[in-house]
Ligand binder design. Structure first.
Ligand SMILES: [Zn+2]
Length: 188
């Protein structure tokens, strides 16, 4: 008996993608402790969520995540700026409540419309983002331009927004990252 071949059958391919199974025979069971649900994802994209830093994952590459998504952080203790990484100005307030978001465009939640949210330069320095380094003379002009034209869309191309898999994390009591020029290459 010859069985029909459904491997390229469009509705099944679409269903497989919806299930997050990237390869055939690959399927990860949804685990609400480790995976964001639809409601959480949409809140992160719009209004943001309030969490304390201790509820977040401090990834070993210096960025932050909640469950399987990287996030950006706004803290009322650093008005005007939002954070990409585990920078000193955040870590001094480990119990503080912050706003976390995955918004790639438009206003960062927590900011009012008349304030332009600026990316934190300490975070860029910590990550060595695209070679960012304000401590080296020959890199200052380049780094200032990178700061001015910073794009969250681009950031999440370098540090994959979602899903975050297989990246180690550390607890915030461990010594914070030393300044490094670590360049992330994504999760894959
Ligand atoms: Zn920062």
């Amino acid at each position: 008996m010859k069985l029909p071949d459904f491997t390229e059958f469009e509705p099944f391919v679409a269903l497989r993608q919806q299930m997050g199974a990237r390869r055939q025979g690959h399927f990860e069971l949804f685990d609400p402790k480790r995976h964001l649900n639809g409601r959480e994802r949409s809140a992160l994209e719009t209004t943001g969520l309030k969490r304390s830093l201790s509820q977040l994952r401090a990834l070993a590459d210096g960025t932050w995540a909640i469950k399987n998504s990287r996030i950006l952080i706004y803290s009322a203790h650093t008005p005007g700026h939002y954070h990409l990484a585990q920078c000193p100005s955040l870590l001094t307030q480990k119990r503080q409540e912050v706003v976390i978001t995955t918004r790639r465009q438009g206003q960062i939640p927590g900011f009012t419309e008349d304030v332009t949210a600026q990316v934190c330069s300490d975070c860029l320095q910590l990550l060595g983002y695209k070679g960012f380094d304000l401590t080296r003379n020959r890199k200052i002009a380049y780094s200032k331009a990178l700061l001015k034209d910073f794009s969250r869309e681009d950031f999440f191309k370098v540090f994959t927004l979602y899903p975050v898999r297989g990246i180690a994390e550390h607890t915030l009591t461990e010594s914070p990252l030393t300044q490094s020029n670590h360049q992330a290459s994504g999760d894959a």
